[in-house]
Design a protein. Sequence first.
Length: 95
Amino acid sequence: MEESYLVRNIISCHITCLIGIREQELLQPQRIRVDIELVRREPDSPTNDNYGRVICYQAVVEKVRAMTSDSKIKLVETLAERIADACYADYPDLT
């Protein structure tokens, strides 16, 4: 059996977006901090220094910015769910 271990990837970024349920919250964009923790199981020598086999932090941040740039999201929980769905779609081996 091949040995494996968990790799934690923590991404933190600041996003400016319209988010909230009150009218005053939607009058102008707010700066929010988004922290994303992605965990996946890796084999004993997971990447052999191969960039193509790791999570691309820049791609995740760009996806979050894209999903918040042209929509008004009411709940932080909705944003979190959309981020999770996007990450699982791009990296199905997340645990």
